[in-house]
Design a protein around this ligand. Structure first.
Ligand code: AMP
Ligand code: TRP
Length: 341
């Protein structure tokens, strides 16, 4: 069985736990916005229930959820075209997750490397939610019968688990009810690395703020961070191949290409042979030109949190038109008594 017989539907989720940065924009938000005009229905979710698997200060969670919603919209996700939701307002996610807790095997969960990484040596003290997290993620996806899930490489194992859960459910109950979802893994081309160390991903957890461009940084800060980005003493090469052992140079060229919607070869056609003294100011100008309208729009949206809350409430109503019947049918397949389907 494959997802071929299901109507294509995209689902992806991002945790509202900390500030958004250029990596989130180029690796996720911009890609989502670019895909929006392909005519495939898409659901984008702020996974607040995943966020609380580790401690979240309530005020921070509220702010991060709204900020993430503002980030989606400012990046070009149209809440009329796509469905924008926060997970906790669509209760069918958690309801289906319980069913999946009873489908997934403990042995499967024990193999999840992200749990091992996050729980570390102190696994006994980790929350039960952190352990069950991938089963909720499977429910996020399958409660929409989503067929395509764009995510980063680190989520590949969770998507394989989602396929295993769907297949076991279908097999155990003798149905072809849940699609076997296709991962759409983000390639290395869209991976943005730290501005201080080209071998590390740009990340909200990096202690140095100079390592990343935040989506809340103003134009001067963006320009300063690019001017101070780590580089090597050589001029830029003429070929993409020659960037292989120059992670910092490669990262800056990659960022330029992604912001300008062109290839690395195109960037080198213009800047090959030039020094960073020439390239960095050009990149700073481009980054400011592309990011400033987005950061300003985010700030504008954040000035009116009630409007964001209205958008999320409307998203939840639209989402539940999809999730309510799918959950009801799931319950019916299982043998739970309820209204006829
Ligand atoms: P995270 O901030 O790790 O929760 O990731 C949220 C989304 O942004 C995921 O789709 C990631 O794949 C993407 N993402 C996070 N960091 C980067 C990065 N440095 N480069 C590209 N994409 C990223
Ligand atoms: N686990 C994902 C992450 O940490 C977020 C997420 C939750 C997600 N549910 C999802 C991503 C469903 C894609 C589909 O990045």
């Amino acid at each position: 069985m494959s997802s071929a017989s299901f109507t294509p539907r995209v689902f992806s989720g991002i945790q509202p736990s900390g500030d958004l940065h250029l990596g989130n924009y180029l690796g996720a938000l911009k890609r989502f916005a670019d895909a929006q005009n392909q005519g495939i229905e898409a659901v984008y979710c702020m996974v607040d229930m995943h966020a609380i698997t580790v401690w979240q200060n309530p005020e921070d969670l509220r702010r991060s959820t709204r900020e993430l919603c503002a980030g989606f919209i400012a990046s070009g996700i149209d809440p009329e075209k796509s469905i924008l939701i926060n997970q906790s307002q669509v209760p069918e996610h958690a309801q289906l997750a319980w069913v999946f807790n009873c489908v997934a095997r403990i042995g499967w969960m024990n193999r999840m490397t992200q749990f091992k990484d996050k729980a570390g040596k102190n696994a006994e003290k980790a929350s039960l939610g952190l352990y069950a997290y991938p089963s909720l993620m499977a429910a996020d996806i399958l409660v929409y019968h989503a067929t395509h899930v764009p995510v980063g490489e680190d989520q590949k194992q969770h998507l394989e688990l989602t396929r295993d859960i769907a297949a076991k459910f279908n097999h155990d109950y003798g149905v072809d009810f849940f699609p076997i979802t296709e991962p759409v893994i983000e390639g290395t081309a869209t991976r943005v690395m730290s501005l201080r160390d080209g071998s590390k991903k740009m990340s909200k957890s990096d202690p140095s703020d100079m390592s990343r461009i935040n989506m809340t940084d103003d134009a001067d800060t963006i320009a300063k961070k690019i001017r101070k980005a780590k580089t090597d003493p050589e001029p830029l090469p003429d070929t993409v191949d020659a960037l292989k052992d120059r992670p910092e140079a490669r990262n800056l060229v990659n960022i330029y290409a992604a912001l300008d919607n062109c290839t690395q070869a195109d960037v080198l056609a213009t800047y090959g042979g030039k020094q960073f003294g020439t390239f960095k100011p050009a990149l700073a100008d481009l980054a400011v030109a592309r990011m400033s309208p987005i950061t300003q729009e985010m700030a504008r949206l954040m000035d009116d949190p009630a409007e964001i809350d209205r958008i999320l409430a409307l998203g939840a109503v639209r989402a539940r038109e999809i999730t309510t019947p799918i959950l009801r049918q799931t319950y019916d397949i299982i043998g739970m008594v309820g209204p006829a389907v």
